[in-house]
Design a protein around this ligand. Sequence first.
Ligand code: UDP
Length: 248
Amino acid sequence: MKKIDILGVLVDHVNMEEAVTKALSCLKEEKPGVVYTPNSEIIMLAYKNPDFCKVLNSADLVVADGIGVVHASKILKAPLPERVAGYDLSCRLLEKAADGTYSVYFFGGKPGVAELAAKNLTEKYPALSVCGMSDGYFDAEKEKLIIEDIRKKQPDILFVCLGAPKQEEWIYNHKDELSAGLILGVGGSLDVWAGTAQRAPLKYQKAGLEWLYRLMKQPSRFFRMLALPKFGLTVLFKGKRVKKESSI
Ligand code: UDP
């Protein structure tokens, strides 16, 4: 599968349909499939932190969560077909799991959020098989119990929603202990399913302004979001050089 090098992060050249097919194909493999969904902020983090970049590049599928990543691919003259938001990809996988074909496990969010998400989703998809859930706030002792629980339940699809870079590092460190088929790091998805956070309205998404909506709803993200203009400038001035150095 073709990959596009964005500041050292190898993003798969896939549209949504292809991403769903690739993710589900991982379920046929013996080892767990891993899906990461970086936006510009996360790629900027990986650009500054080679260890984290290695974590991202170890995945079986890396999709462009943010429109900024798609713009960057155009600047680098290797355009990605479209944005594949982690939340949208997760919803598509849930649709595939809706008749109980695949079991799902929800890990992350504040206490009660995974339960609420499971309740809402099983109302929508009564045959959905939710085999387990846990909140995302843990110490070493609780983490052991969570890992044990996931291993016991053997979910086909494990949604890990701890925010970046925690979720990607957690998946990287624990994937082989989990007996899960497919593991996705998908940030705030559980909050949206639970109804404790809202996705930006479609007009913002279509205009590529989801970041603006998130900033308006959560002004505390301002400093995190300074990474966006930095990302644009870095791609513009250094992108081609990085691409050459890490050519695949
Ligand atoms: N979270 C968590 N454990 C933590 C830190 C965060 O479960 O130690 C959850 C948090 O409750 C929220 C999600 O991770 O549900 C992060 O959401 P955000 O939208 O910030 O994701 P990002 O944009 O960082 O991917």
